[in-house]
Design a protein around this ligand. Structure first.
Ligand code: ADP
Ligand code: ZN
Ligand code: MG
Length: 476
């Protein structure tokens, strides 16, 4: 019996609420944290007769920047269209969106080809009270600027889909386009999943809605792939439908069958002007306005700073930490070995100690850059032990203060006084004659023991590097 191999295919549709002061077509506040319903509303975003929309340029600006970052094609001519359908959360009876002329076409992210990125308005939010049977609508969200990004059907598994979504979230944060917080509904993902025999054309797709965490995106896709594969292996057919994710059962479930494909009767919104992007002065320096992007930072941290992959990712994911590191390392000569060592030490204390303290405190607290730089100098010069450095770092983060002052007050300087240390070394040699003889005879292990004894003798205050040097000198 020939075994048929099935190949899964996934395309994503991602909606993102953009970070703007006001809504997409009116002056109402765009405040995702507003808890009081129906306060950020006006005749435009509640669709009162005769109210006229005005385009929010900041929203277009965000999409153009996303387009440049994704290496997509920016539209010159663009327009807004009415997408007609009825639902209580769209008071106009249509949603303003973009049909034939999206702001961005093409591009890619993490190797996933992007079909388009366009701008539309968000819907209001409905609440269904099961007890009273009432439905309530909050129009605060009505007409917020919403980005829609659609990928080509080129993803083949759940982890790749969720990694794509994570990278998109990171990019949006770098660009200041959106916080893209999934729990808050600022980033909403729909996954289209199909399975077909390897080599065949794409199978019937199922759309999974309401995936509100990266983990759910990954899990729901992988479960849906298993389900569809099972259906096909049993000789069945996958039906085109919309499914949801049941967190308790960890399966997808049917929500509604796809009625013959929707006809939204798109047409250009006659209340809004058509746009030629190149003629609008505010959009002239989109390209120059981009900050360093996540993948550019990843490269710089790996290649220029030579940090290991896990550490690089820590800095790429946390912009305040990267800002701190960049300030700390400004103006260094990267050709020097000394610089490489400095970067390594600087990164180590950040990823282990500073982040360790952050985990305990529940928030990232950074020392003043100058104080941290001073402490690093003390570590590299052997003035403090690594134990001492950790203590000083904790103090400068929790209470503040200058590292040298703290080291002095708490007796954390390693003693590097050759005379004082010489006396200790002499004493240790007398007390451990046999071991010293073994060391002279070439047993390197003996040296560790001798240094250990001398450290003890100095009550931990000695610089072990210096002790080692002194024993070596005594060996002759
Ligand atoms: P629709 O007209 O139903 O909205 P689109 O062609 O616009 O379908 O595609 C919507 C999303 O579904 C895109 O992300 C696309 O990549 C994805 N998609 C399309 N066909 C398939 C398929 N057979 N399997 C998986 N994903 C698909
Ligand atoms: Zn309004
Ligand atoms: Mg579509």
């Amino acid at each position: 019996m020939s075994e048929i191999k099935y190949k899964p295919t996934i395309g994503l549709e991602v909606h993102v609420e953009l970070n703007t002061k006001t809504k997409m077509f009116c002056r109402c506040l765009n405040n995702p944290d507003e808890r009081q319903p129906n306060v950020n509303i006006c005749p435009v975003c509640t669709a009162q007769p005769g109210a006229l929309p005005v385009i929010n340029k900041d929203a277009i600006w965000h999409i153009l920047r996303v387009g440049v970052a994704l290496d997509g094609r920016l539209a010159d001519f663009t327009e807004f269209d009415r997408k007609n359908y009825f639902y209580p959360d769209i008071p106009k009876g249509y949603q303003i969106s973009q049909d034939k002329y999206p702001l961005v076409s093409g591009g890619s992210l993490r190797g996933v080809a992007i079909t388009r990125v366009h701008l539309e308005e968000d819907t209001a939010k409905s609440f269904h009270d099961v007890k009273t049977g009432e439905s309530l609508v909050d129009f605060n969200r009505s007409s917020l600027p919403l980005m829609e990004l659609v990928t080509e059907p080129v993803i083949n598994d759940g982890p790749t889909a969720s990694a794509f979504a994570k990278e998109l979230q990171l990019l949006l944060r770098y660009l200041g386009a959106s916080e893209a917080n999934m729990e808050k509904g600022q980033m909403r993902i729909e996954a289209n999943v199909s399975v077909a025999p390897e080599g065949d054309k794409l199978g019937t797709k199922v759309e999974i809605k309401n995936l509100n965490s990266f983990r759910t995106v990954e899990k729901a896709i992988d479960e849906e792939i298993k389900r569809q594969t099972g259906v096909l292996e049993a000789g069945g057919r996958v039906v085109q439908e919309t499914r949801g994710w049941d967190e308790n059962k960890q399966t997808t479930f049917s929500q509604r069958l796809k009625e013959s494909s929707h006809d939204y009767r798109y047409f250009p919104d006659p209340d809004l002007p058509k746009l030629f992007i190149s003629e609008i002065p505010e959009f002239r320096n989109v390209v120059e306005s981009l900050p360093e992007l996540p993948w550019q930072r990843r490269r710089r941290y790996a290649e220029l700073f030579g940090l290991k992959t896990e550490d690089v990712e820590v800095f790429v994911q946390d912009r305040s930490l990267a800002g701190f590191f960049d300030e700390l390392t400004e103006g260094l000569d990267h050709a020097l070995d000394e610089t490489k060592e400095y970067l390594k030490v600087a990164a180590n204390y950040i990823t282990s100690d500073i982040l360790g303290l952050a985990a305990l405190a529940g928030e990232l607290r950074l020392p003043p850059v100058g104080d941290y730089a001073e402490l690093l100098k003390m570590i590299m010069g052997g003035e403090v032990s690594s134990r001492g450095a950790k203590d000083i770092l904790t103090i400068i983060i929790k209470e503040g203060g200058q590292p040298r002052q703290i080291a002095k007050e708490r007796g954390l300087f390693q003693v590097s006084d050759e005379d004082a240390m010489g006396a200790i070394v002499d004493k240790v040699i007398v007390d451990n004659k046999n071991v010293f003889e073994e060391y002279k005879a070439g047993k390197e292990k003996a040296l560790q023991f001798l240094v250990g004894q001398a450290m003890k003798e100095s009550k931990g205050s000695a610089n072990p590097g210096l002790l080692k040097k002194l024993f070596e000198q005594k060996k002759g």
